[in-house]
Design a protein around this ligand. Structure first.
Ligand code: BGC
Length: 861
């Protein structure tokens, strides 16, 4: 560990003002750490609560607060404040725009200050190794270079705002299936060149904290969980890369006291309790863990406190949180404008036959807006990244505003979710006639020892603080107001008994614990569905006994889904209505997509299908009206079998709170949808190089080695529906020239100095102003024998990119520096980077398979 001293009032390397304000003494974290008693030092290494760290008043250090990202800053969940909800990272990555990432990072910093947060648990720089990965939407890209560059810009901006970023999940955490137990087997070269690459870039750029993942890694013969992997944490991260920040365990990931402490983990989250609270002090006292290791961890936490302004530097006096002055409003005009721009710019034009798009805002006549996702846009994926936005801009409202002379009709076209909606509050009454659900608290013997009321079914996650309460009994009368078939869907987590109108529908003695928080049963509980045919309005008595779950540091709580589907038209009837409306319309806009049952942390998708009958809906609408635009509202790839049959297709992602506004801006062309796919869109499941990440005997073998994402498609010579980097935008482009020039001095990257610069000239040949994403790829053209035998080298790899705005008919020349690292490979035997002697082909173009220009770069041995 290297102790650093911050000069009074100095800027730290990333530009945030140190807490050591002018005149205050310089902070020496190592010295301060060593000055503390052992028990206090050890106590600091476990969180104080789910989202907070302990304070140390003796050295003027206040509590620090952490919060999830990367979709927004949720906060501790206790402030009741809404959070600005960004488009998903896979969306913003589609802009390929580092300046936009920086603006979003600045917004995250402002949100963190507003919510009293010091550390944002974002970004995710794991790669989209398989399209079915549950957290695919939370990752940026399948490509390591694109991921690294965007993450560096995002982190730089967050930390320039005095807030720490926590890059995650270190490492090999590309799968959700069995996520707390699998081991990723990644060979050393692949680890270095692909999966470590984005982490190395952000560490090089100065990230302040990093999260050790749930899964384990096998490397150099060492098999260990990420939180206890010494060669990874102490060897590479803190040794080779000289990381001087804090290694934080993923929530509940740390299982033992000694191994993680020696391996290089610094902070166990959440707290209180856990393996370090229980066993670390005695392990140090008995000599199993050296005190110097503890001092190093404490010094890192003190350094973090200094960086985020949580250290007054004055003994006995702690600083208040200084974020009170930041009053940014997540619904304010500037935030709305930024998030609209980000979602619109992310949108990828996959097809635009006959120039149907953009649509003239002066359009008269009718627009049929169709789809379950049009009625209820899926703005964010599920899991820990979830935030509550101040509002969601709805497509119907935005289209009505954007097309003032048209009549816009909204039709669902058939439900796509398997599950019913949450039971509405106004239909629930307790046995004593109050609105809501009665919750009786039962002790071990089943005796009622207390009660409370729940106003609605939204809150069917609730804490139970009293340790004597072993289970609860929920009772409510659900009013069936309409004749027809009602579906009642109840999903309690853990031991339970469910009665509907006095009839037992489900029972289980299986008591569960904190482990459910990390698996899919928490967010997506198994459920029991009861169909009731009602002739007239009547009440149905619902009674559910449910265990109280001991969530360890998450506290004790009850978890239950309570859903109710009223009699409604069949999917077929709704599709027919939608088709009829499309036939009468001048324009049909069909929003298809995934939903909260499909994309979430906690599970991987079983396939790449759009849920429900959406493919049929698209085909029938497009047949009824050739002027059909299909909008895909999904974060991760889904198969679009009609892609080349309909007039226009937009990939609209999980667009965040400004969903509707962004869609309207894209349809009218007010903002050009200049997105380019940051991953490959398959045409069929059979083609996908890595179709799943299901562990075999607990191990996920990264057998495709360096060929992640588009590299795998190139290696296997398979043709996707749309390749990596694809996106039409609204302008047209000619590539006029590519020249290789010496790297400009002073240009550098997080991942090392520029080696050569690709100077690319493009012309906007259209009558519209437009934005182009110029992409530069490398491949080995001619290699001497040694390199020629390097069969593992990808067929082609991304080496640089730049975004440029060019006026209609205009020309622009861009300098795209290519880092030395882009030419290098990892020599496993020598354990070092080498620059293989070869003649490289440098290609520039519009996507990984639309390469328009070529030059040659020779690298001498
Ligand atoms: C997730 C992390 C997240 C943490 C805290 C974990 O389950 O893997 O990404 O930051 O929970 O919510």
């Amino acid at each position: 560990m290297t102790a650093t001293t911050t000069a009074p009032g100095a800027l730290d390397p990333k530009g945030a003002t140190s807490a050591a304000a002018a005149g205050a003494p310089a902070i020496d974290p190592a010295h301060l750490a060593a000055s503390l008693p052992l028990d206090e030092k050890v106590a600091l290494l476990t969180g104080a609560a789910t989202w907070t760290l302990r304070s140390i008043p003796e050295i003027g250090m206040r509590t620090m607060t952490v919060s999830d990202g990367p979709i927004g800053v949720r906060g501790t969940g206790e402030d009741g404040l809404a959070s600005a909800q960004l488009p998903a990272p896979s969306a913003t990555a589609a802009t390929w725009d580092v300046d936009l990432q920086a603006r979003l990072g600045s917004l995250m910093a402002a949100e963190a200050r507003r919510k009293g947060v010091d550390v944002i648990l974002a970004p995710v720089v794991n790669l989209q190794r398989s399209p079915v990965g549950g957290r695919h939407f939370e990752c940026l890209s399948e490509d390591p270079l694109l991921t690294a560059r965007l993450a560096v810009a995002f982190i730089d901006a967050i930390q320039a705002g005095g807030i720490a970023a926590c890059v995650k999940h270190f490492i090999g955490n590309e799968t959700e299936t069995d996520r707390t137990s699998y081991l990723s087997r990644i060979d050393e070269r692949t680890l270095r060149e692909v999966y470590l690459a984005p982490f190395e870039a952000v560490v090089d750029a100065g990230v302040w904290t990093i999260m050790a993942a749930y899964n384990g890694l096998t490397r150099d013969g060492v098999e260990a969980t990420s939180t206890a992997h010494e060669p990874l944490l102490s060897g590479i991260l803190k040794g080779e890369w000289q990381f001087d920040g804090v290694v934080i365990s993923d929530w509940l990931a740390t299982k033992t006291a000694v191994e993680p402490a020696i391996a290089g983990l610094d902070l166990v989250m959440p707290g209180p309790g856990g393996p370090w609270a229980d066993g670390l002090l005695s392990a140090v006292e008995s000599g199993l863990v050296p005190e110097s290791a503890i001092d190093d961890k404490v010094a890192r936490i003190i350094r973090l406190a200094d960086r985020v302004g949580a250290l007054s530097g004055i003994v006995g006096e702690t600083l208040p949180f200084d974020g009170t002055g930041a009053t940014d409003d997540p619904a304010g005009d500037d935030v709305v404008a930024l998030l609209t721009d980000a979602a619109a710019r992310s949108t990828v034009v996959l097809r635009n036959h006959g120039g149907l798009l953009p649509v003239d805002p002066a359009l008269r006549g009718r627009i049929a807006l169709i789809g379950h996702n049009a009625v209820q846009p899926f703005t964010q994926g599920g899991g820990s990244a979830f935030v509550t936005p101040p509002h969601v801009s709805m497509p119907i409202d935005a289209l009505r505003t954007a097309f003032p002379d048209a009549a816009v009709d909204l039709l669902r076209g058939g439900a796509t979710t398997l599950r019913a909606p949450l039971a509405p509050a106004e239909l629930l009454t307790t046995p004593t006639g109050e609105p809501g659900v009665l919750v009786e608290h039962l002790d071990e013997t089943g005796e009622v020892i207390g009660s409370h009321l729940l106003p609605d079914a939204e809150a069917l996650w609730f804490p139970i603080d009293d340790d004597d309460v072993a289970s609860v009994r929920l009772t409510t009368d659900l009013r069936l107001t309409r004749p027809g078939r009602h579906l009642i869907d109840l999903g309690p987590v853990g031991a339970h008994r469910v009665l509907v109108d006095g009839v037992e529908r489900s029972a289980s003695q299986h008591v569960v614990g904190a482990e459910v928080i990390l698996d899919s049963s928490y967010a997506n509980p198994e459920h029991v569905e009861t169909a009731i045919d009602a002739d007239e309005s009547r009440d149905v008595r619902i009674e559910v006994d449910a265990q109280v779950i001991d969530g360890e540091s998450y506290g004790r709580f009850v978890r239950l889904h309570f859903r109710h589907l009223e009699p409604s038209p069949s999917v077929e009837e709704e599709i027919e209505q939608a088709v009829a409306a499309a036939r009468q319309a001048d324009l049909a806009v069909v929003v298809v997509g995934t939903n909260s049952e499909t994309e979430s942390e906690g599970w991987d998708r079983p396939d790449l299908q759009l849920p429900g009958r959406q493919n049929e809906l698209v085909r029938r609408v497009a047949e009824a009206n050739p002027a059909t635009v299909v909008v895909v509202n999904a974060g991760a790839p889904v198969l679009l079998p009609w892609l080349d049959e309909v007039a226009a297709v937009l990939w609209w992602w999980l667009p965040g709170q400004e969903a509707g506004k962004s869609l309207a801006a894209v349809l009218t062309g007010a903002i050009e949808p200049s997105g380019r796919l940051p991953w490959t869109l398959p045409a069929s499941e059979a083609d996908v190089p890595v179709p799943h990440g299901i562990p075999v005997d607990g191990v996920i073998d990264y057998a495709e080695r360096l060929d992640v994402g588009h590299r795998g498609w190139d290696r296997l010579e398979r043709t996707p529906a749309r390749e990596f980097g694809y996106g039409l935008g609204y302008a047209e482009w000619a590539y006029r020239g590519l020249e290789l020039v010496d790297a400009a001095s002073g240009t550098d990257f997080a991942e090392h100095d520029a080696f050569v610069t690709a100077r690319v000239t493009v012309e906007n040949t259209s009558a519209r102003d437009g934005r182009e994403v110029v992409q530069v790829y490398l491949s080995v053209d001619i290699a001497p024998d040694a390199t020629a035998s390097d069969a593992a080298r990808p067929v082609r790899w991304l080496a640089g990119f730049a975004v440029v705005d060019v006026a209609a008919g205009g020309t622009a020349t861009l300098d795209i520096p290519i880092a030395r690292r882009s030419f290098e490979t990892w020599a496993t035997d020598a354990a070092t980077w080498t620059l293989p002697e070869a003649t490289y082909r440098v290609q520039a173009g519009r996507s990984s398979r639309d390469l328009r220009l070529e030059a040659v770069q020779t690298v001498a041995g």
